[in-house]
Design a protein. Structure first.
Length: 408
């Protein structure tokens, strides 16, 4: 007796366990077969203890990935589900037809190397795909489909992150001054909060007045507006945080609060502490005397609407530009440029600006991690390596100056 352990993907040949011989003692064929089956199960268990895959012979990586992804529907945000689907598609293109019994660390390494050599995948994608497979195979081990997790034995290349566009301190100050020069409005206030706190776009849009502590110069981040236009808890537990704001921002928010109340009154919408700091008016219907009456309502700004306003503001003030279908428009005596293919500072760039400037000016990583709401300090370290490198160079120069002064 021996077990088929799958195909060697390098040679194409099947791999078998060593032969074992069993001598049955029963008289009837039925009892002999039962002894053989029991022995086969014991031998298989022994092989599994040594790391042999115990998946069904017909189970493929593609089927396992599809099953895993199907089970995630409704359990995660739609955007997360869609992004995970893209990574699963990439994993299936490389490993989809492989049987689980064939997947071992050496096979994964060979598949990744081959895909990289053929430019079918980037190092960053390899990192994300292996991260996904590690989760899927871990679940398969828990479900007794696999006995070991082959992705644990693979060390993928570190992802190469693109340099994020950020503002220098001088440009950030210019950005703020031009922002404050605009008439008080929901969109400029949202951008001010992004610049001042480094919070995520959804967190700024989900901010309600009951979580703005003007007397304490703080705001409480405890919810966000998602791409699916739902108000949910923040991205992670660490994203629930209290952020300090400057005195000038407090004064601006005080003036904006008074102006927002006036706008609500003009629209005949009741203002409460539950109003979103960056609001938008929409319409709903109420029934009166059997008729549907259209009435204004206040809600949050939709993320894509903020993006569109933000890009126009940056294009008007030298922080971005349009590269396609460019056209000029005369408005209020000014010539403005609109188009498609925007390049430049984006709402998320203000978050990276805050992190870069804080770390570049000596603020410790733990404080920056807490302010930005990163779940892991390694994420902060990874994203702001360049700023940390400059700090290290400055520390080296300072240390040299200290030694020189002591020697003198």
């Amino acid at each position: 007796m021996r077990h088929n352990m799958g195909r060697d993907l390098v040679t194409g040949r099947y791999i078998y366990s060593p032969w074992r011989t069993i001598h049955t003692t029963s008289v009837s064929r039925k009892a002999q077969k039962r002894e053989v089956d029991e022995f086969a199960d014991l031998y298989k268990h022994e092989l599994n203890e040594k790391g042999v895959i115990s998946a069904p012979a017909t189970m493929t990586v593609g089927r396992l990935l599809d099953s895993y992804h199907k089970g995630r529907f409704g359990a995660v945000r739609a955007s997360t589900y869609e992004r995970e689907g893209q990574r699963i598609a990439k994993a299936k293109s490389m490993l989809g037809r492989h049987r689980l019994s064939e997947v071992v660390p050496s096979v994964l390494r060979a598949v990744y190397a081959n895909a990289l050599a053929n430019d079918a995948i980037t190092p960053s994608e390899v990192f994300e795909v292996n991260k996904l497979l590690r989760k899927v195979f871990k679940q398969a081990v828990y479900d007794n489909i696999m006995s070991t997790n082959p992705a644990d034995g693979v060390k993928p290349p570190k992802p190469v992150y693109e340099e994020k566009p950020v503002l220098t301190a001088e440009r950030a100050a210019d950005f703020k001054s031009k922002l404050l020069a605009l008439p008080l409005g929901a969109y400029p206030i949202a951008a001010l909060i992004l610049l001042e706190t480094g919070c995520r776009r959804g967190e700024a849009l989900g901010l309600q007045w009951r979580n703005v502590l003007l007397s304490e110069k703080k705001i409480v981040i405890c919810q966000q507006v998602t791409k699916e236009l739902a108000v949910t808890a923040p991205k992670s537990a660490m994203s629930n945080r209290i952020l300090a704001i400057s005195e000038s921002t407090v004064r601006t928010l005080e003036r904006w609060r008074e102006r927002q109340m006036e706008l609500f009154e003009e629209k005949r919408v009741e203002w409460t502490e539950d109003a979103f700091v960056s609001h938008a008016f929409t319409f709903g219907y109420v029934e009166e005397d059997g008729e549907q009456i259209r009435v204004p309502r206040a809600t949050f700004i939709e993320p894509h609407n903020l993006n569109r306003w933000f890009y126009n503001f940056c294009a008007d003030n030298g922080f971005g530009r349009y590269t396609r279908n460019v056209r000029t428009i005369k408005r209020a005596g000014k010539t403005i440029v609109r188009g498609n293919g925007y390049e430049g500072i984006k709402p998320h760039s203000l978050r990276h600006t805050q992190g870069t400037l804080l770390i570049g000016n000596g603020v410790d990583v733990k404080t920056v991690q807490a302010r930005l709401g990163h779940s892991d300090p390694s994420l902060t370290l990874r994203q702001y390596t360049r700023a940390l490198s400059k700090n290290d160079e400055a520390a080296t120069e300072l240390f040299d100056e200290l030694l020189s002064a002591s020697a003198g």
